[in-house]
Ligand binder design. Structure first.
Ligand code: GLU
Length: 429
């Protein structure tokens, strides 16, 4: 007799619940000092601004932007700004907290922050986006600054947007201080004080980490099949560098389409198509459209989520056949999805390690601006690779010492650094 199977409703926590659960778990394992645990459980500052902008049609619209500053024990707040309709206070909070762990793990002199605007940028013209960005920067005022809080690109923001922020911030200050304010943001275009290589730093770093993993496991990347979710900055550059290692991109998914080709997708042709097509993959003729629901279950060795949070869940984690999930995105795997991956023996390079090449690149841009130097791209990429190798080794060592997975290893390394700082410095007064 056929029994009717009732589908279990998906348990879906927000990113904030996910990061807090990861934190609580790590704090328990490492026996984190209770005072430090209390401090890190809260964000230092949460800013919400509403600001008006005149649109091209002459009408006024009011936008809402956020900047959450989680912790600055190690240095100025650091983290991206995203323009997306999932941006709210909770999302900014979660992403700010992940930034604190990320910068701590990378050994940078930075804290953690995140923000953005609740907006779908595809609905606005370039000149509207410029006015929105400039007015948002003006609204944030002196809550950001080169030694206080340094934004950077994130989902749907880019070098152009960073240039507008730097220009607006500097233009509202005395002309004599213009160039000491250049590093109020990182990820600027090279001509506007940006760092050669910052554009590709995150994807480059994802691939550095995949290479460390492959070496650690004795895995050959040549001919290995991989899939990428998201074809923005991180997705594209990851594909670019992984193909250079001899791996084969067999599927790409974005909000508009899922593309599949066992023979391999040409990342450069796909990028060109997407740029000409408003950054959408829909309609690309070089690969076949595929069932979006079957994407994660594709036969491959490496899965790279490089889009939004909470994508790998209990609904789809069981379908993943790959050996490795390399988290290019922030928070792509939720707690239940992770439990399934672990049970199935799938390795995870956790976000705070895997995508930290971006903020490491930002650190070098900040330094380059502070010192009024100009560095070459090869030099920059080598420095990023070296720093990531140190982080990777630290994570593996902590994981081994505590008999935990790499995410917990990464958390323990990050939290230990924060704990040491508080222990040395004490609390004012
Ligand atoms: N948005 C990137 C991240 O999530 C980069 C942050 C930065 O460079 O400050 O890590």
């Amino acid at each position: 007799m056929a029994t009717q199977t009732k589908e279990k409703p998906a348990r879906k926590e927000g990113m904030y619940e996910v990061v807090m659960e990861q934190f609580a778990h790590a704090a328990d394992i490492m026996n984190l000092d209770p005072g430090v645990r209390k401090i890190l459980s809260k964000t230092n500052t949460e800013i919400e601004v509403n600001f008006p902008v005149r649109l091209d049609n002459g009408k006024i619209e009011v936008f809402t932007g956020y900047r959450v500053q989680h912790n600055n024990a190690l240095g100025p707040y650091k983290g991206g700004l995203r323009y997306h309709d999932t941006v709210d206070l909770d999302a900014a909070r979660a992403l700010a907290i992940w930034m604190t762990w990320k910068t701590a793990l990378a050994g940078l002199p930075f804290g953690g922050a995140k923000g953005g605007i609740h907006i779908n940028p595809k609905n606005y013209s370039k000149s509207e986006l410029e006015r929105i960005t400039r007015r948002f920067t003006y609204a944030l005022g002196d809550n950001i600054g080169p030694d206080l809080d340094i934004p950077a690109p994130d989902v749907n923001t880019n070098a152009q947007i960073m240039a507008w922020i730097a220009d607006t911030f500097s233009s509202t200050k005395s002309p004599s201080t213009r160039f000491v304010n250049l590093h109020v943001v990182t990820g600027k275009p090279v001509g506007a004080g940006g760092l050669a290589g910052r554009d590709r730093a995150t994807g480059f770093g994802v691939v550095s980490n995949i290479k460390f993993w492959a070496k650690h496991k004795g895995f050959n990347l040549k001919g290995a099949k991989f899939i990428v979710q998201g074809f923005g900055n991180v997705g594209y550059w990851t594909a670019h560098f992984l193909i250079k290692e001899g791996a084969k991109l067999i599927a790409v998914q974005d909000v508009s389409a899922t593309l599949h080709d066992e023979k391999g997708i040409d990342a450069e042709a796909l990028l060109k198509y997407s740029m000409d097509n408003g950054r959408s993959l829909k309609g690309y003729k070089g690969a076949k459209e595929y069932d979006p629901a079957a994407f994660w279950g594709l036969d491959c060795e490496i899965v790279v989520p490089a889009a939004l949070g909470n994508q790998i869940t209990e609904q789809n984690a069981g379908a993943i056949k790959a050996k490795l999930v390399a988290e290019g995105a922030n928070g792509p795997t939720d707690i239940h999805g992770e439990a399934i991956l672990k049970k199935n023996g799938v390795d995870i390079i956790p976000d705070i390690l895997c995508n930290s090449g971006g903020v490491i690149g930002s650190y070098y841009e900040w330094l380059q601006n502070k010192r009024a130097e100009i560095w070459k791209i090869d030099q920059v990429l080598e420095m990023i690779h070296d720093k990531l190798e140190t982080s990777f080794e630290k994570v593996v060592a902590e994981a081994k010492a505590h008999k935990v997975d790499w995410r917990m290893g990464a958390y323990i390394a990050a939290l230990r650094r924060l704990e040491d700082t508080y222990m040395d410095r004490g609390i004012f007064p």
